[in-house]
Design a protein around this ligand. Sequence first.
Ligand code: SF4
Ligand code: SF4
Length: 352
Amino acid sequence: MAFGAQYLSDFRAARVTPTNLVLNVTLKCPLKCSHCCFSSDMFHGGHLSAADVHRCIQQAAQIPSMEIVHFVGGDPMLHADIVADAVALAASLGLRAGITTSAFWAKSPARATASVRRLHAAGLTEMTLSYDDPHAEFVPLRFIANAVTAARECGLLLRIAVVVEANSKITAATLRADLGLQDEPGINIYETVANSTGRADGTDEETQAARLHHASAYRGPCESVLHTVTVDHEGGIRPCCGVLPHYDSLKVGHIAEEGIEAAMRGAADDPLYRWIRLEGPVAILAAITADDPVPMRVEDFDGICTACDRIFRSPELLARVREAAEARRPQIETCEILLAGPPAAATVAAAP
Ligand code: SF4
Ligand code: SF4
């Protein structure tokens, strides 16, 4: 094979490098947060079975770049038995395992300790707690404190995600103070901004307008697409960890059909996902509507998943974006090669 063709072939193979498997175990949740991108509540039916979860983890473990399995919801702790069993399987296959939860289950120190110890014994390595004004309507702060204590006792890598809006009472700083963690910089308490998707799309106009002006609103390239693979609660495979409803148009396969590796290989050849990775969906929408009577402007979006929400929920807009992406395929590939830099020495040495 000529050097150029060898490099191109290696480069294309290297595009399929997901590192994170996210399992959307269920969309059911005991909370009903006003900013929930999945509009979760206790009326959502269905969840991944233990057999489904095993299948996902076994398929993911076949991908050499895969590093971690993360259990999310809804709230995955509604299916703690399935999660504990799956964490053990992931650990046995050399994958780290994490969970994101509201800590609704940490009603007492004893219950929190028992739940966390069980997962830690199975192999759980990290825990992300979600807490902010909407969560606080349903979960008392002491539940978070109980979960934090239990996670620290087990030595888990701990993060607390705080969604902030213009008038939020709870911020990363207030939460750190209220939990007495001022002298614990190792516990990562970080702020994120809501995207107006799912139930957050129904928030009042003033709040949505404020999101557009938030200093942390992100409108750049997507770092999640093709690096994260999500399996939804019905086994659908998605090529990112987007915070938007589960549109069929963003599904790239199913665990019972082609499986994760083949689905992600197909996604990695799709110019739309590659364009989203290079420039982000906000820039894409601004570019393709530039000559429309009412163009979409970068400042119209409070986040990149809000832009994808616009794209993937509208068949007409999706068709326009797909057509533009296909037309740009050669430029996208050129940009990818330039950004990837020169071929590795080993590739050069192997060339005839
Ligand atoms: S944001 Fe999280 S905790 Fe709140 S309703 Fe949605 S899934 Fe449940
Ligand atoms: S911006 Fe689009 S591709 Fe990226 S994570 Fe959000 S929904 Fe997925």
